[in-house]
Design a protein around this ligand. Sequence first.
Ligand SMILES: NC(=O)c1ccc[n+]([C@@H]2O[C@H](COP(=O)([O-])OP(=O)(O)OC[C@H]3O[C@@H](n4cnc5c(N)ncnc54)[C@H](O)[C@@H]3O)[C@@H](O)[C@H]2O)c1
Length: 300
Amino acid sequence: MTPIRDISRVAVVGAGIMGSGIAQLAATAGYDVALCDAAPQQLERAREGISASIEKLVGKGRLAAERGDQALSRLRLCTTLDDAAADADLVVEAVVEALQVKQAVLAEAAAAAKPDAVLATNTSQLSITSIASAVGDGATRVVGLHFFNPAVLMRLVEVVRGLQTSDDVVVAACRFATSLGKETVVCRKDSPGFLTSRISAIVRLECLRMLEEGVGTAEDIDRALRLGLNFPIGPLELGDRNGLDTYLRVLESLSETLGERFRPTVGLRNLVAAGRLGRKSGRGIYEYGDDGEIQSPSRS
Ligand SMILES: NC(=O)c1ccc[n+]([C@@H]2O[C@H](COP(=O)([O-])OP(=O)(O)OC[C@H]3O[C@@H](n4cnc5c(N)ncnc54)[C@H](O)[C@@H]3O)[C@@H](O)[C@H]2O)c1
């Protein structure tokens, strides 16, 4: 039987949309969690977001108030990766979707964490094997742990095996995800976009092409896919939620690895260049109010 590693201390690197959700999940499940970010204002934002999310879950009766308080007390915010990853059994990186940044973060994490710590990346589509190349012999401990947005609510975690990932690390990653109340699938081959992002990227890209060709409004394209094709949320709205800057990076990378069909549209590049990154910046394909709800289509 493959040994299963013990995990009790978790470090999450990157306190953006995904890192804050993953930290909240892990703290709620009973892990000691250290969350760090290079930008101090992101840490403050994450603290507020996590508190508000826990309060909402408690209010809806989906989380006992006592468990919510305990989760917050298990969460430590850190300004340096060294501090966050010290003695961690598992490090989950959720920094910007850029290979070199992720490689640097994993190399630093490998030096700070326990020598046998699992080193996980929340990349949406980058090669786990390439990210792992930054940690030399430690590559056997690197695994993809791909959460979905919003991490607290989405049911799936996709576990991705790199070329050198050891069996016990894949098992530990699955067990960790299960302990957070998630279902898992294992992407057995390190292939760009794994089992999920490859599909969602191409569907959203086709929606963007239709929008830019003037075939329909953003609202109607999203409504068509929700009501006619049974998508739970329109792909354009989801793109705004996930962050158009992240989506652009995903497409740039997938077009390099999987080919021309993933080439980003000019319209998407323009939105990102204009700082219209989606819900997190108050404006993307749609416009958002202070409550984070769509106000009106913001097409120009
Ligand atoms: N947004 C999504 O829907 C989604 C879904 C699944 C996976 N992902 C993946 O998760 C990762 C993070 O995405 P996100 O949407 O949370 O991005 P984000 O832009 O919301 O957050 C990224 C955070 O990383 C921080 N950061 C950047 N470099 C850093 C470094 N060297 N050290 C510490 N912190 C650093 C930034 O300050 C920022 O707070 C990406 O790899 C993305 O592809 C995103």
